[in-house]
Design a protein around this ligand. Structure first.
Ligand SMILES: [Zn+2]
Length: 60
């Protein structure tokens, strides 16, 4: 015999535990240059800048 729960969980008890497993919404930050939505800590896909600097250009 395996271990069995001693008491039945209430709906609220189950739901409170269930929210810990739910997917969190994806964080979106806004580009200060072109104001388009972008992922945080990444260069902007639209204008290619990160922290006010151009990224992905051959000259430094
Ligand atoms: Zn941008």
């Amino acid at each position: 015999m395996g271990a069995l729960p001693t008491k039945k969980l209430t709906r609220g008890h189950k739901r409170r535990r269930a929210v810990a497993y739910k997917l969190k919404p994806v964080h979106i930050s806004r580009c200060p240059q072109c104001r388009s939505a972008k992922l945080p800590h990444t260069a902007c896909m639209n204008c290619g800048t990160y922290k006010g600097r151009q990224i992905g250009v051959s000259d430094r």
